[in-house]
Design a protein around this ligand. Structure first.
Ligand SMILES: O=C(O)CCC(=O)C(=O)O
Ligand SMILES: [Fe+2]
Length: 349
């Protein structure tokens, strides 16, 4: 495994370079490895809440636009997004599956119901990311993830899909607690399982064991491991999705983390292949086309889990994990006098 702290080595796969970002407020860790087809940038702390951006306006050299990075997007998302768990019957494995993190989705193509338009409050974040990365990307589909605690995860997968184009640029913003983001090289990003190579059911949300027991992993290339901190914008470019899987594993002690995946869905009929299946496995699960899955606000999720904790540990005042963890920053509580308890899942087992 190649780790973050070896970032300055330039031998073999370890081609990580630290460069200054055009906005001058964040560094970029850049990997451009043509041989292994790994093309990744991490704009460090671009949207971090503790950035000293008091003037709020940062001139970029890549565009003539100004960026306003002053919004606390972590708070915005936790206040405004309704989250659901993606549930579906896997035709491949003949069993019920649930995505092991919370999901929300905005935008994409209107004909793929349930279509949830991009909310007004969210648009400035899109504008900032588009503006920061330059005119070549104009994202139009947004996959949001809430990893409530260290038991939530996304298993190995590629984001490559026909409807995202040949060489999709995927930007991925991390907010809240830091997490490990791993990438492994594949000889086949859609590996066979039990002799089947049905790419339609190969998605990120089924269990990670499947990928591990299937073929397709390039075992000669070390796994690349990145620590993504609050405000980091990771960008995967070029042919990366054709050759690499990525995942966010479970991590003991991790508190609340948000991720926003910015994608560009192609227009036109040619780009329709796989889109229905994608929505089933990655976005809404098995809900009928005219319905949305049951969803909850973050506060409801917290209060439900708090209720369970109170039941298990009667009389004990438990702290919200993200407030007690050093790599997390707490959301401004609307009512700071109310203590909310969240269960550690291990306590409930
Ligand atoms: O949470 C992350 O950093 C990655 C999420 C992801 O890969 C996905 O939603 O496709
Ligand atoms: Fe992904």
């Amino acid at each position: 495994m190649v780790k973050e702290d070896e970032a300055t080595k330039t031998v073999g796969m370890d081609q990580r370079k630290k460069i200054n970002c055009c906005c001058l407020t964040s560094n970029i860790t850049r990997i451009d490895d043509d041989e292994k087809e790994l093309h990744v940038d991490i704009h460090r702390g671009l949207f971090a809440s503790n950035n000293e951006k008091s003037t709020a306006i940062i001139n970029t050299t890549s565009t003539t636009n100004n960026l306003n990075l002053n919004t606390n997007w972590y708070d915005q998302l936790l206040s405004n997004v309704r989250w659901h768990r993606v549930k579906y019957k896997s035709s491949r494995f003949q069993k019920d599956c649930t995505t092991p993190c919370y999901t929300a989705f905005y935008g994409g193509r209107t004909e793929y119901a349930p279509y949830i338009p991009i909310p007004q409050w969210f648009q400035p974040l899109i504008d900032e990311v588009n503006s920061h990365l330059g005119d070549h990307v104009q994202f139009n589909a947004f996959l949001l993830r809430l990893y409530f605690d260290g038991n939530d995860e996304i298993a190995w997968h590629t984001d490559g899909r026909t409807f995202l184009g040949e060489k999709p640029t995927i930007a991925s913003l991390s907010l809240g607690c830091k997490a490990t983001f791993e990438m492994r090289r594949m000889t086949n990003v859609w590996p066979c399982v039990n002799g089947s190579n049905n790419i339609s059911s190969n998605d990120s949300t089924t269990n990670s064991k499947r990928a591990a027991t299937s073929t397709g992993v390039d075992t000669t290339t070390p796994i690349q491991s990145f620590t993504l901190q609050d405000g980091d914008l990771l960008v995967m470019r070029g042919n990366t999705q054709k050759h690499w899987h990525h995942r966010v594993p479970k991590e003991k002690g991790r508190g609340v983390r948000l991720n926003i995946n910015f994608r560009y869905v192609l227009p036109g009929q040619d780009a329709e292949r796989g889109q229905m299946t994608y929505y089933k496995y990655m976005v809404f699960g098995d809900v009928p086309i005219d319905q949305e899955p049951p969803s909850w606000t973050y506060d409801t999720i917290v209060s439900k889990k708090g209720g369970m904790m109170n039941f298990v540990q009667k009389g004990i005042s438990a702290m919200v994990p993200r407030e007690s963890s050093s790599n997390c920053r707490p959301r401004k509580e609307k009512n700071p006098t109310i203590m909310i308890a969240i269960p550690s899942r291990s306590l409930l087992l």
